[in-house]
Design a protein around this ligand. Structure first.
Ligand code: GDP
Ligand code: IMO
Ligand code: MG
Length: 422
């Protein structure tokens, strides 16, 4: 069996949580391979909305193993709270949750460093979620991070304190540094809690599941345009959000990757700073934000909104080898007379390109738009694609023809049931 990978193709928040939840029943394992509590994946069913940050989105299905892979950075405090919140709903997540001993630990001082580094950057700040993601990956690559498996080894406390003190000496802002007093006790408590969970060699677990012919779904976090190598650098996250990240982040060989499923919104959003060529600063942007409830699932920040960017989408499809697409939030575009899609950019020197330029930070580009007719559809009662209107079908067909990959699902609402399959 192979590992199917589900990825966001834009700047995150494409609706990955909904799709994983929708598809989960056909898998035996759902695994997160990168990122951490910067993610907020929303699932809606039976009239309840759940937002998961670190727990894989297969957790609501009793027969699915949910794995937090080695590529993830894990905040024990947030993780404990997530498990406790699920317990309030009567769900014992601990039974189906396996955490790689090789996942990196987010320490309280990683969060403080995140805040400090952002403050130092001033107007050039990334707009990080302040969850400590960047500093934790910095320590991983700098070969000084602490891993989940370390918590059971002798000398953990000493190593923790040494790294904490090193971090504190780097923070030249007492107001930020003093927060350690408040953050440390719950951290140490959560470390004890973590010890009771299944801490495993997840690379063995996943490969054994594959050998036993069980299907694995790798659940991406963030999106390809936030990838540390291929995103709008430096306004990116600190992990490889693309398909290759699933190999690194789970310990599966490229030859084991099966379907690569790409999730995109019918328009674009972005939270935090950084280039966004099709961003709308006018009433139309405001309308998208209101109709799409575009406020961050992790930080509550308003999301920047704009039209669909095809060069960026094609780029994400190319670097990931996406072979099926899921188009989300088609219902949000209902009511617009005209819908624009960016098909290329005009550069400052007057030339045009259909490729994503290297530099979008110092160079401004002007999107070239194609206009398409809008629609007024809501979710068809029949759940049948034949029953959606011609303008919406034309939009789907236009994108498919442009990108050369089939759109298998058109999502028409946040609920699990509001999903049209083609
Ligand atoms: P993720 O990070 O990719 O899992 O996406 P988020 O959960 O951060 O953001 C997606 C938001 O859109 C959530 O509030 C979802 O409930 C919602 N959503 C997902 N699909 C649809 C859809 O087709 N229509 C509408 N209106 N909302 C959707
Ligand atoms: P999901 O999985 C949207 C953005 C932040 C910031 C940049 C770096 O829900 O799609 P970080 O905290 O990672 O150092 O922040 O990346 N960002 C996200 N934007 N969805 C996410 O996750 C994100 N995770 C990080 O806003 O611009
Ligand atoms: Mg999200």
């Amino acid at each position: 069996m192979s590992v199917d990978v589900l990825l966001g193709l834009q700047w995150g928040d494409e609706g990955k949580g909904k799709v994983v939840d929708y598809l989960a029943s056909t898998y035996k394992v759902v695994a997160r391979f990168q990122g951490g509590p910067n993610a907020g994946h929303t699932l809606e069913f039976d009239g309840i909305k759940h937002v998961l940050h670190q727990i894989p989105s297969g957790i609501f299905r009793a027969d699915i193993k949910n794995i937090v892979g080695n590529g993830v950075v894990l905040d024990p405090v947030i993780f404990k709270k997530e498990i406790e919140d699920l317990a309030h709903l009567g769900l014992d997540a601990r039974k189906n949750l396996f955490i790689s001993k090789k996942a990196q630990l987010i320490l309280p001082t990683h969060r403080l460093l995140d805040a400090y580094q952002e403050e130092v950057k001033g107007s050039k700040k990334i707009g990080s979620t302040l969850k400590g993601i960047g500093p934790t990956y910095q320590d991983k690559i700098g070969r000084q991070g602490l891993r989940v498996g370390d918590i059971t080894l002798p000398g953990f406390n000493k190593r923790y304190k040494a790294l904490r003190d090193k971090h504190l000496s780097m923070i030249k802002n007492d107001e930020i540094a003093q927060n350690i007093k408040e953050l440390e006790p719950p951290f140490l408590e959560a470390i004890e809690y973590l010890k009771e969970l299944f801490l495993v060699g997840s690379e063995y677990l996943i490969n054994e599941e594959l050998a036993a012919n069980n299907k694995v779904l790798a659940e991406g976090a963030q999106g390809s345009l936030l990838d540390v190598d291929f995103g709008s650098y430096p306004f990116v996250t600190s992990s490889n959000t693309m398909v290759a990240g699933a190999c690194n982040g789970l310990g599966v060989a490229p030859s084991k990757i099966g379907q690569v499923m790409g999730v995109f919104k019918a328009y674009c959003t972005r939270v935090g700073s950084g280039p966004f060529p099709t961003e709308l600063f006018d009433e139309t942007g405001e309308q998208l934000r209101n109709q799409g409830h575009e406020f961050g699932a992790t930080t509550g920040r308003p999301r920047r909104c704009g039209w669909l960017d095809l060069p960026a989408l094609k780029y994400a499809i190319m670097i990931n080898g996406v072979n099926q697409l899921f188009m989300m939030k088609a219902d949000v575009l209902a009511g617009f007379d005209v819908i624009k899609v960016c098909t290329g950019y005009e550069l400052e020197d007057g030339t045009t390109t259909e490729k994503l330029p290297y530099d979008l930070v110092n160079q401004s580009v002007t999107p070239i738009y194609k206009e398409l007719r809008g629609w007024t559809d809501t979710m068809p009662a029949s759940a049948n694609y034949n029953d959606v209107s011609e303008p919406l079908k034309n939009y789907v067909k236009f994108i498919e023809d442009e990108v050369g990959v089939p759109i298998k699902i058109v999502s028409m609402g946040p609920d699990r049931s509001e999903t049209v399959i083609r």
